[in-house]
Design a protein around this ligand. Structure first.
Ligand SMILES: *Cc1c(COP(=O)(O)O)cnc(C)c1O
Length: 381
């Protein structure tokens, strides 16, 4: 069996986790700050806040930016459902911006048009969540400039993109956004089993996210109402969620982060190999945005929609566990119940009808990749 993605766990990773089990702190110890330091080093951002999932990171990023009842969040329909769900978790409304068919990312031109229409109608979004689909950064310079023009805050959902670069900087540097969120689910680039984090260059946003990931509690007298009763004293000054990451997870993350560059280099080498080996088959390979180093979480091919199911079934039957990313979020029953319908975002729907994610992970061997290509050729013959 060749899965579409999988984690890489070394003896060093195992030792790092076992060391934590033998230590004083299973939670709220030194490993989480070390992991955050590694994230700052890898992204160039000044602050990182580790939490128990990317969903949690996106949720408290929205809360820290003030999203609440009566607010509005826009994102891409071509994402995992969590990206949109966090809008509703904050009590806000959600809408979508259609994708660019070449890069599968939010279309900057669709965004421009939608922002102008929303401005006319007096219904601008408060927050835009931009997804870096497959690990390739969206066109952040254009999107960031549009967001600034219309006073919209920007969160990057970089669940696929740690280790990637956009122009001069690593993804997570937040040159064109307020906050950037990562996932460390085992299928992503580096893992903490479950886990997520946000990076930002805004100290106040970081402090707010740190409070929200705990219980809205502070020990800083400057933030308290009245005087502290003594050294034990804390005050709850807002509503928090207990989204903390454990020391076990953070230790695994620190060990994994040491291999981030190697992982992304291997994923890119495999992607270039796919580009070459698939060039004669009747399929569309993923498009590239210039000035971007993709982290290549996913390699998505597009085939004739009439044959997509047959190709998928052929590959699965051959032990190659292909997948599909993503079913457009707005077509899910939950979102249909909130007013969306098929046809609302035609580019995302056309992409979905043709898409298949083929195996790509750092420990995939050239020989395994050759087997994937040979089986694809048979499926498409
Ligand atoms: C995986 C993923 C998430 C959710 O990540 P969790 O860490 O599982 O909460 C959100 N957005 C995208 C684009 C993802 O791929």
């Amino acid at each position: 069996m060749i899965p579409y993605g999988r984690q890489d766990i070394t003896q060093g990773d195992i030792d790092a986790v076992v060391d934590v089990l033998r230590s004083e702190f299973l939670t709220q110890g030194p490993q989480v700050p070390l992991f955050e330091k590694a994230l700052c080093a890898a992204t160039g951002a000044t602050h990182a806040v580790a939490v128990n999932s990317a969903t949690s990171a996106l949720h408290i990023a929205c809360l820290a930016l003030g999203l609440g009842r009566g607010g509005l969040l826009w994102t891409s329909p071509n994402t995992f459902v969590a990206t949109a769900n966090v809008g509703h978790l904050c009590g806000a409304d959600v809408d979508f911006v259609d994708i660019d068919p070449d890069t599968f990312n939010m279309s900057a031109s669709a965004l421009r048009i939608k922002l102008h229409v929303a401005h006319e109608a007096g219904k601008l979004p408060d927050i835009l969540i931009v997804v870096h689909m497959c690990g390739q950064s969206a066109d952040m310079a254009t999107i960031g400039a549009l967001a600034r023009e219309f006073g919209v805050r920007v969160i990057e959902d970089a669940s696929h993109a740690i280790g990637g670069r956009y122009q001069e900087h690593p993804v997570g540097f937040c040159e064109h956004s307020d906050i950037c969120c990562f996932s460390f689910h085992p299928v992503k680039i580096v893992t903490t089993a479950e886990g997520g984090a946000s990076t930002t260059n805004d100290a106040e946003l970081a402090a707010r996210m740190e409070r929200l990931r705990s219980h809205g509690i502070t020990r800083d007298p400057a933030l308290m109402r009245g005087e502290p009763d003594g050294d034990w004293y804390y005050q709850q000054i807002e509503l928090g969620l207990n989204y903390r990451m454990t020391e076990l997870q953070a230790a695994l993350g620190v060990a994994q982060m040491a291999r981030l560059e190697d992982y992304v280099a291997r994923r890119n080498a495999l992607a270039e190999r796919y580009d070459r080996l698939l060039s004669d088959l009747p399929l569309r390979r993923p498009g590239r945005l210039s000035g971007v180093l993709s982290a290549f979480h996913l390699y998505v091919i597009r085939v004739d929609p009439a044959r997509r199911k047959a190709v998928f079934d052929h590959m699965r039957a051959a032990g190659i566990l292909v997948n599909v990313h993503y079913i457009p979020v707005h077509t899910q029953p939950y979102w249909r119940d909130h007013g969306f319908a098929s046809g609302d975002f035609p580019a995302a729907e056309a992409y979905y009808a043709a898409a298949i994610s083929i195996p790509l992970y750092a420990t995939l061997s050239d020989e395994q990749q050759d087997r994937v290509v040979a089986e694809l050729a048979r499926a498409l013959a």
